[in-house]
Design a protein. Structure first.
Length: 256
């Protein structure tokens, strides 16, 4: 059964969504605030979150959710007067989309279904783009290859050294790179990739887990950071999340 978590103090909306969810065989959990939502998340498997844009401490909640529960797809229920910069900031956190707050319960669920259908499109796109994986550990490359292969993502080139990529004339749509390589560093690779392809998606995969390192890597141009060890669900979820953010950002740029 598909599970939805609604964070909103509007009791009328809660009741209306319960009725619509029951008809569609969805399971609905409701919370008035992020503290109640966190409690529900610790006990239940949730597939998607719908949150009122004006919920207190929402940004901190989304950051926590996307860092600790990578299978969850955050969703924002919003007024229509949200600015471009605000939308972009939340998209960068992993938010999928905005729903105008005046929509009724049935329209909200239809919007949710439309977004979930797009999830299949994102996974399909991952099977078509060009991907490079760089790590000096063959074991790690084999693990990444197995995860990608199991999801039919096979248009991937694997590099054991950073210099192999640097001396290659190939460019890719998405890069998965370790931070500490035997012959160079992830930062050097990121700088080179950004010069070749400013719009590429760069995800660093590293065992370095201190806050300053992660912040520096993201500031240097990486789009995301995955801490080793990780499982296949985390890697796939982060790939999909970055693909969504990448194309949502491109859509927003058209309307600047």
């Amino acid at each position: 059964m598909y599970s939805i978590l609604l964070i909103d103090q509007n009791n009328d909306l809660k009741e209306a969504l319960k009725i619509e969810c029951a008809e569609k065989n969805y399971q609905l959990f409701t919370a008035d605030n992020t503290a109640q939502a966190s409690s529900i998340l610790s006990q239940k498997e949730i597939h998607i979150i719908i949150a009122n844009f004006y919920t207190a401490k929402l940004r901190e909640f989304i950051e926590k959710v996307t860092n600790e529960n990578n299978y969850i797809l955050p969703f924002i229920l919003s007024d229509e007067d949200v600015s471009y910069d605000t939308e972009n900031n939340f998209y960068e956190l992993g938010v999928i989309d905005y729903i105008p707050s005046q929509k009724n319960a049935l329209e909200i669920l239809e919007h949710v279904q439309e977004i979930m259908n797009k999830e299949g499109d994102v996974l399909n796109l991952l099977t078509k783009i060009k991907i490079a994986a760089i790590d000096d550990s063959q074991l790690m490359l084999d693990m990444i290859k197995e995860i990608l292969n199991s999801n039919y993502i096979r248009n991937v080139d694997f590099y054991n050294t950073g210099n192999d990529l640097l001396t290659s004339s190939k460019t890719y749509d998405l890069y998965l790179t370790d931070m500490m390589l035997g012959d160079t560093t992830g930062k050097v690779l990121i700088d080179d990739i950004r010069k070749r392809n400013p719009h590429a998606i760069i995800i660093v995969i590293s065992s370095l887990d201190d806050y300053k390192t992660i912040a520096n890597v993201l500031s240097s141009g990486a789009d995301d950071y995955i801490i080793k060890p990780f499982d296949d669900e985390i890697l796939l979820s982060r790939l999909k999340s970055n693909m969504r953010s990448h194309f949502l950002y491109q859509d927003l740029e058209k309307y600047k």
